[in-house]
Design a protein around this ligand. Sequence first.
Ligand SMILES: C[S@@+](CC[C@H](N)C(=O)[O-])C[C@H]1O[C@@H](n2cnc3c(N)ncnc32)[C@H](O)[C@@H]1O
Length: 271
Amino acid sequence: MDEWTYDLVEKIKEECSKSRFIHEWPSSCVFLCFYHRRTGVVRVPKLFWTNSLRNEFEYWKNNPDIVEDRLMEHAHAFYGYSIIPSQIESILEIGAGPFTQIQYLITPFRHINSITILEPNAISYMKLNNCKYKGGHLKGHSIEIISDSIESFMEKQRKLSTTNHKLYSIVVAINVVEHVQDAIEYFHAIYNLIEINGLVIFHERWFDHPRDGDCVLEDAERLHPIRITKFVIDIFLNQFETLFINYNKTLRQQKSVCKEQGVYFIGRKTK
Ligand SMILES: C[S@@+](CC[C@H](N)C(=O)[O-])C[C@H]1O[C@@H](n2cnc3c(N)ncnc32)[C@H](O)[C@@H]1O
């Protein structure tokens, strides 16, 4: 997967444009190489990931007036996080973006002892004026920042002894899977980073047909190379005791011309 080059991509595109499946994924037929009907695209070569990461950063850099990324939509869909406890020992947000979802969990009525964000673009985001944790503080809380991808972070964790492996009371993972290089590693990481009895706060969308993904997420070569199916999400969620689940379309989704489906989930890790 890491040996893919732009030359190879061009060659494959030439070949796959002759495929009888080309109509399935019109925006970039090269993704047919990574696509499976059951799972969608769960893993892509590194060059697509780095490309997407750079373009995501450029987007926020070139739009300094935007200060949120569907964040209120998520907070509403979780009913304001009312079931989340008022005392939290430690919380980690994976793929926090420049704004974070944790900002909505910080209220005068909730005590959070430690906040960590893991975001591969963190150092670059922190140079932007619209970044919510510029200066290493989020709404007055000092935060730990891990400027790494989840895949590389977990690889480093595996090399540490198990006693050094930090676990969190809550892991927040919202709207990240489309951006990662390896979705299966992302799902394993969420689970493995939560302590027993700890919680996951999770939202992702699924696309059971590649064309639905293209409609919502646009060109997979530029941004969002991963597109998973509901089959993958169900396997992941089944590991948790369900405390909250909401499949209802948000107001924005109801108005969207694209077929967009997702789940808002809070679950407990019991074993
Ligand atoms: C759409 S943003 C979501 C931000 C935030 N969770 C929210 O709800 O606003 C996705 C973020 O995932 C980050 N990301 C991309 N690849 C990642 C990876 N391999 N591991 C962790 N985060 C990643 C991107 O840099 C981007 O900031």
